[in-house]
Design a protein around this ligand. Structure first.
Ligand code: PLP
Length: 383
């Protein structure tokens, strides 16, 4: 079956008793055992809950993995994956990445003896050079990166990792399995902030992990159950409902994003536009090779920080808020919001500076979005 159909059928008729079209919300903490030593397969909702299980199976299917796991947030998912490592282990991580991932690595995992080096994953030689034999255990990649939209060649980095005995973990939040399936390209583990495109409506927090092989599923399943980081049944249901329209939303969102990127490039007040679909984007060819689209995230630079503030204060159709991936277009100031926890000198080095604005493009009419940006940017020019 094509992925659009599998997406639309997320959770369809999973209850064979009633034939309910929509997966029921099993709002229960625990399950009756028919007799001593006999289980229905459901014992306690931290371990397995039927509604969450449907979502987890849907995600495993869409990503082409062995098993899926649903968590209370994207950070919950990432934390669970990081708990596979221990004192003395070393990780290589994309140098341009979500600030929360940087924060959990630096503030929580470093104190447990897990060290990290941040590398430009677009340069295969730099990745190889940063591997510390005997210590490096995994490579954690965001592609496109957040917020500068750098593209990593997933097949090449995964092949390198495999040849050195390392795991490849990909944060696929920006792309979703509709546009990119890292496991098919050689990755071992995929993580998501399900809060973003998968949920799609800015109304639910969630995280997802999909593992490529049973031995990894075993590890993640154990950590999920033992630490209790799980998504509740109501939120699992909201995720299933959101996923059903993922392909339509993604198509419309990326169509709008491409139009905005092209418009921004021509705007005399905009210094630079970062969108993988633009002809001059350095990662465009790799993106075409490894995914089915360019997504709906873009960033751009304006002359200075004062401009950023004026633009953000002037937008009317677009909303100033953190997060991304929902049907509503959001404007974000990475330096102050999503990347606020990254030290200033590192932000400066990678280019997350005070003149950078990020857009998560939604499904509104394109004329309203461009009209809003037009008035906000020309208003920004007036001071
Ligand atoms: C790429 C990426 N990964 C992970 C996360 C964390 O997800 P959550 O906010 O659901 O914990 C985010 C959040 O913005 C993100 O953008």
């Amino acid at each position: 079956m094509n992925i659009e159909t599998r997406i639309t059928h997320a959770g369809l008729c999973t209850d064979s008793v009633t034939g309910a079209i929509s997966t029921p919300i099993y709002q229960t903490a625990t399950f009756r055992h028919p007799a001593v030593g006999v289980s229905t397969g459901y014992d306690y909702s931290r371990t397995v809950n039927p509604t969450r299980q449907v979502l987890e199976n849907v995600m495993a299917d869409l990503e082409g993995g062995d098993r899926g796991f649903a968590f209370a947030s994207g950070m919950g998912a990432i934390t669970t994956v990081l708990m596979m490592f221990s004192n003395g282990d070393h990780l290589l991580v994309s140098d341009d990445l979500y600030g929360g991932t940087y924060r959990v690595l630096e503030r929580n995992f470093r104190q447990l003896g897990i060290t990290v080096d941040y590398v430009d994953m677009t340069q295969l030689e730099s990745v190889e050079a940063a591997i510390i034999p005997g210590h490096t255990k995994a490579i954690l990649i965001e592609t496109p990166t957040n917020p500068l939209m750098k593209i990593t060649d997933l097949a090449k980095v995964s092949a390198l990792a495999r040849s050195k005995g390392l795991l490849t973990i990909v944060d696929n939040t920006f792309m979703t399995p509709y546009l990119q399936r890292p496991i098919e390209l050689g990755a071992d583990v995929v993580v998501h902030s399900g809060t973003k495109y998968l949920g799609g409506h800015n109304d639910v927090l969630s995280g997802v992990v999909v593992t490529a092989r049973p031995e990894l599923s075993e590890k993640i399943g154990f950590i999920q159950n033992s630490t209790g980081n799980v998504l509740g049944p109501q939120d699992s249901w909201l995720m299933l409902r959101g996923i059903k329209t993922l392909s339509l939303r993604m198509e419309k969102q990326q169509q709008n994003a491409a139009a905005i990127a092209e418009w921004l490039v021509k705007n005399p007040h905009v210094k630079q536009v970062y969108y993988p679909g633009l002809p001059g984007h350095p990662g465009r060819e790799i993106q075409v090779k490894q995914s089915n689209g360019f997504g709906a995230m873009l960033s751009f630079r304006v002359p200075d920080a004062a401009w950023v503030e004026r633009i953000i204060n002037r937008v009317k159709v677009i909303t100033y808020a953190e997060s991304l991936g929902g049907v509503e277009t959001l404007i974000t100031y990475p330096m102050k919001q999503t990347h606020g926890d990254i030290p200033a000198e590192i932000r400066q080095k990678i280019g997350v500076t005070d003149d950078l604005i990020r857009l998560s493009v939604g499904i509104e009419h394109i004329d309203d979005l461009i009209g809003d940006l037009e008035q906000a940017i020309s208003g920004g020019a007036k001071g």
